[in-house]
Design a protein around this ligand. Structure first.
Ligand code: UD2
Length: 291
């Protein structure tokens, strides 16, 4: 059945009932939900390619405290058996916790300046992503994921998430009509999306894909952010707003369901069978350098 949100598929659930979720977008990109793929088979196919997955994470200021849980839980659930190279962008490399990594997994600290504005930290991620992909990742990795650090892995995250350009459905808006998406609505911003347009609302906490595709995304978003900055305008949800604009005109080839970006404060819903990755509860006023 075709709905404005894509093709509906009857997903069997643990109670033996059925839940309708869209499993393919209107442009035929898969939407990855538990029950729609065979993880062992997919991992076996991709493992033959001897891939390296670069994983960039920002931990600036008090956010270094989130690294330990992030890394420890990633080592339990994230691309197990694959070569994973974490690149930790931080102002305090000495504060990166000593977490034991499995063989074939490495961690490189990347020192960056601190900032007294959290918006500056999230906004500049695109620029830094673009720089590191160009300067070293093209020759060091095959795929990349850029992930928020105030998160934990609770369930398996494997090769089913790989694709040329990978987005995640924001857990707050996957059941919401597009008129309620918190897109940037001021035409003065490069992130502007007019009412009536837009496919989904994507979360900024997970961006993935081939190096070249993510490079193009980061470069474009950085350019759009610079234009906004020159006009002293900051989009409603910083780089997440620009990301949503980018994905409107450059459709993701794979969309991850909210299993891949949940929020700890949200009770599990009937569609979500497995929470794989989730934003932890944090005291914004306490962890951010400014209100
Ligand atoms: C949302 C998005 C986030 C980003 C942000 C933009 C989700 C779940 N999260 O989260 O991806 O788009 O909105 O406003 O979609 N950071 C630091 N130090 C700081 C502040 C931020 O290292 O002082 C880094 C860190 O990696 C963090 C990320 O920036 O995970 C995003 O910042 P946030 O978690 O404070 O943003 P939040 O919760 O508003």
């Amino acid at each position: 059945m075709l709905s404005p949100k894509g093709l509906l598929y009857k997903q069997p659930n643990i109670l033996g009932g059925q839940t309708d979720v869209a499993t393919v977008t209107p442009w035929l990109a898969p939407i990855v939900w538990e029950g729609t793929f065979e993880p062992t088979l997919i991992d076996t196919i991709y493992k033959q390619q001897n891939l390296t997955i670069a994983t960039t994470v920002f931990a600036v200021g008090k956010y270094v405290r989130f690294l330990k849980d992030f890394l420890q839980t990633a080592e339990k659930h994230y691309f197990l058996g694959f070569c994973v190279h974490y690149y930790i962008f931080t102002d305090q490399p000495e504060a990166i916790p000593a977490v034991t990594l499995a063989p074939n997994r490495t961690l490189t600290p990347v020192k960056i300046p601190s900032s007294n504005r959290w918006q500056e930290i999230t906004l500049r991620r695109m620029e830094r992503l673009q720089e590191i992909i160009k300067s070293r990742l093209m020759s060091e990795a095959d795929y990349i994921f850029s992930l928020d650090v105030d998160t934990k892995f609770y369930g398996p995250w494997g090769a089913e998430t790989l694709g040329r350009l990978v987005a995640v459905l924001h857990p707050g808006y996957y059941t919401t009509g597009r008129q309620r998406f918190p897109y940037e609505r001021r035409p003065q911003s490069q992130a502007y999306i007019p009412a009536g347009e837009g496919d989904y609302y994507y979360g900024g906490a997970v961006i993935g894909g081939h190096l070249e595709d993510v490079y193009r995304l980061a470069k474009t978003c950085k350019e759009q952010l610079d234009i906004d900055a020159s006009k002293s305008i900051e989009a409603a949800w910083q780089e997440e707003s620009h990301l949503n604009k980018y994905f409107l005109y450059n459709k993701p080839t794979k969309v991850l369901s909210p299993e891949y970006l949940w929020q700890d404060f949200k009770p599990k819903t009937k569609e979500v069978k497995v929470i794989r990755f989730s934003q932890i509860i944090k005291n914004y006023a306490e962890v951010r350098p400014n209100p």
